[in-house]
Design a protein around this ligand. Structure first.
Ligand code: LLP
Length: 419
C-alpha cells in the first residue's frame, strides 16, 4: 500500500485525514483521492524521462474529475482527450490547450470544429475518412489542422483482451503498413499540417517487450517518412503502463521504460509525448463502502456492500481484482467472504473467497487502487445516484463531486404529454 494511504493506530488514513472522519458527514459509497499520491506519481514519471524532450499529456479518461485535472495542470501537464467534453474539462482545470492532443476513433464534426477554433497540439487521426473530414472542416474555418496519425503496429501487448488496442483486428489506428502512403496523401491536403505520429497499444501492460517492439516499428517508419521529406515534430507513444493491483501483478520498471524510449526514439530530434492515465491516478484512489449485510448461503459467507458494479465496474468488465481493507481494524479475526454489491446482476461481485477482517453490518471498508477507470466508468443503473468524490491534500479534504439528488436525476427525464 502507498504510504499516503495507510493505517495509523488501526485507523485508515489518506494523507493526514482519517477516512472515518469523512464517513461521519458523507454517506457511502464515495471515492477518495490523494492529491499527494498523484503529484508523486507524476513527479516519478517525469523524472524517468530526464534528458528527453518530452511532454506528459495525462489521459483524461482515466479520471476526469476537475480536481484531478487541476492537479495535473499545476504540475505542468497536458492532456489526452477523446471528446469535446474532456477538452472543456481540461480547459476549465487550467490545462494549456497547446498541450492537448485529441484522440479517439470516432471524433465528430462539431467537436473537431470547436476544438480547431480554439487551439490544440494535434489531432491523433485514426482513418483516412477522418483525415478528409478534418481537412474539410479546417478549410471551412480557414484554419490549418495540426495532425498525427495513430498507427496500429499489430502488436500483442499481452494484456486483457478488452483493453488491448494495438493488434491488427482491433478497431484502432491505421495499419502501419499503409502509413507511408497515407502520410503522402495527407501532405497534399491544403489545410492539413502534419506534425506527428502516434501509437497506443493497450492498457495495464507489464511486459516492456511489447513497448520495445512498438518503438522499433515507429523508429523505422519515422526514417521512411524522413526519406520522403516528411519531418515530424512529435512522437506520441500513448499510455499503457501497468500498475500492481495484487501480488500477482508484475510492475513494469519505470526507469527501464524511460530508458527504452530514450534509446530507441530519443535521437530523432522529436518531442516525445506520453499519455499515461492509470500510472498517474490508479493508486491514488479508494472507494469507501459500508457493509449492508453479512449473510450465509449453504456453503458461503457473503458481504453485501453498499457499493455496486454501477459505482465501480472494473471487476464486472475485466475480471479485475481490487483489494478490500477495513477503515478501522476491529481485530475480530478473519473470515473468507464473497464480497458482492447490491445491484441485481450476478456480475456484481467484487471478490470471491476473499480473506478479510470479520465484518458486521455497518462496518466501513475501502476498495484499493480505484483512482483510474473508477468513477469515470460509473452509471446510475438501478437508479442509484452517481457517488460523490472527495479529494484529500495533507490535512484537508473537500468534496469535489456531489451526489445528485433524486429530483436532479428525474428532472432530466419527461413523461410525454400526448394522450
Ligand atoms: N491513450 C489512449 C489513446 C488510450 O486509449 C488510453 C486508454 C490511454 C492513453 C491511457 O492508458 P493507460 O495509461 O491508462 O493505460 N477501462 C480500462 C482501461 C481502458 C483504457 C482505455 N484507453 C480499465 O479499467 O482497465
Amino acid at each position: 500500500m502507498n504510504k499516503n494511504i495507510s493505517y495509523k493506530q488501526d485507523q485508515l488514513f489518506v494523507e493526514d485525514v482519517a477516512v472515518s472522519e469523512i464517513t461521519n458527514s458523507l454517506r457511502t459509497p464515495f471515492y477518495v483521492y490523494s492529491r499527494t499520491v498523484i503529484e508523486e506519481n507524476f513527479g516519478r514519471f517525469k523524472r524517468s524521462l530526464e534528458g528527453l524532450d518530452s511532454m506528459i499529456c495525462y489521459s483524461v479518461k482515466a479520471n476526469s474529475n476537475l480536481s484531478v485535472l487541476e492537479t495535473i495542470a499545476k504540475l505542468g501537464g497536458g492532456a489526452d482527450v477523446v471528446s469535446l467534453g474532456e477538452y472543456k474539462r481540461a480547459l476549465i482545470a487550467g490545462i494549456d490547450p497547446r498541450k492537448i492532443v485529441f484522440s479517439g476513433v470516432g471524433k465528430q464534426d462539431f467537436e473537431i470544429a470547436e476544438i480547431l477554433k480554439s487551439s490544440l497540439l494535434q489531432f491523433n487521426i485514426e482513418s483516412v475518412s477522418e483525415l478528409e473530414m478534418i481537412n474539410k472542416i479546417a478549410s471551412s474555418l480557414n484554419k490549418e489542422a495540426p495532425i498525427a496519425f495513430r498507427v496500429n503496429p499489430d502488436i500483442d501487448a499481452g494484456t486483457h483482451e478488452n483493453i488491448s488496442t494495438g493488434k491488427a483486428d482491433n478497431k484502432f489506428g491505421i495499419p502501419i503498413s499503409d502509413a507511408v502512403e497515407i502520410y503522402q496523401y495527407a501532405s497534399k491536403l491544403e489545410k492539413i499540417k502534419i506534425v506527428g505520429i502516434d501509437v497506443h497499444i493497450g492498457s495495464q501492460i507489464s511486459d516492456l517487450n511489447a513497448f520495445r517492439q512498438t518503438f522499433e516499428h515507429l523508429e523505422k517508419l519515422i526514417y521512411e517518412l524522413k526519406n520522403i521529406n516528411i519531418e515530424l515534430e512529435n512522437i506520441d507513444i500513448g499510455g499503457g503502463l501497468g500498475i500492481k493491483y495484487t501480488d500477482d501483478d508484475l510492475e513494469p520498471d519505470l526507469q527501464e521504460y524511460g530508458g527504452l524510449v530514450k534509446r530507441i526514439l530519443g535521437n530523432l530530434s522529436c518531442r516525445i509525448i506520453f499519455e499515461p492515465g492509470r500510472y498517474i491516478v490508479g493508486n491514488s484512489g479508494i472507494l469507501v463502502t459500508k457493509v449492508l449485510h453479512s449473510k450465509m448461503s449453504q456453503n458461503k459467507s457473503f458481504l453485501v456492500t453498499d457499493a455496486g458494479m454501477n459505482d465501480f465496474s472494473r471487476t464486472a468488465l475485466y475480471g479485475a481484482t481490487h483489494r478490500l481493507i477495513p477503515l478501522s481494524k476491529k481485530k475480530r479475526g478473519e473470515e473468507v467472504y464473497d464480497v458482492v454489491g447490491p445491484v441485481c446482476e450476478t456480475t456484481d461481485t467484487f471478490l470471491k473467497n476473499y480473506l478479510v477482517e470479520k465484518a458486521e453490518e455497518g462496518d466501513f471498508f475501502a476498495f484499493l487502487d480505484v483512482g483510474a477507470y473508477g468513477a469515470v466508468l460509473s452509471s446510475e443503473y438501478n437508479t442509484r445516484p452517481l457517488v460523490p468524490e472527495v479529494m484529500i491534500y495533507k490535512k484537508r479534504f473537500e468534496i469535489v463531486r456531489t451526489r445528485p439528488t433524486y429530483d436532479e436525476i428525474f428532472d432530466k427525464e419527461a413523461i410525454p404529454t400526448w394522450e
